[in-house]
Design a protein around this ligand. Sequence first.
Ligand code: ADP
Length: 219
Amino acid sequence: MNQFTVIGLGRFGYAASLELVRLGNSVLGVDTRDRLVRRAADHIHLATIADATDEHALKELGVQQSDAVLVAIGENLEASILCVLALKNLKAKQIWVKACSKAHHTILAKLGVDRIIHPEEEMGMRVAQNLNYPMVNQYMQLSTSQYVVEIEINTTSDGTTLGQLLRKTHGAICALMIYRNEEVHAHPDDEAVLHLGDCLVLSGALEALKKIAPKLKAS
Ligand code: ADP
């Protein structure tokens, strides 16, 4: 079990906290607003009222022991930056920060945080990918060219074998799994028959994946 601290329990921080807990992690949530701390208290391991710009308060909470700290303070640029400076002084292991503007991004980059998140842009790109190619349910970029994608089998591919579907990629794609309802078939072979609605998880270079999902675009 990993230990995370989430600072700011607004929509973004609260959603991230719930998902971290669902994935089996321990979460310490911090916010200045009593209402949000109370809302989170029943769902995360510890929710507490504190001003995250106060280095002493953060130290008392032991945030420096967390495997990572997510700073999810929204539009309050000053609070976000002061919080990051305090976390840096405390030598927090990993600092991920939600940025709300270009200026915010520039300052965070200068401060050397480990990851800068732009939720609206990142989500916008993901939604555009889904709109552009609804068959691709999920995708994950591993490097500049390597992707893992989850593709839903449509009527055109219903009844074909995996080997037939992947033939045009000349072995450049690896099928990781097929899942159907709750059943998972890991490392399926070429003889596996695909059915309408099956989810197929593939990995490989974008160019090869495009042969199966032609409208797939790099993010
Ligand atoms: P969103 O809902 O889009 O995630 P918000 O701006 O509503 O964004 O959420 C940011 C949260 O950060 C708020 O709940 C706010 O109370 C909290 N916050 C702001 N400043 C501090 C601070 N100094 N210490 C702790 N929490 C803070």
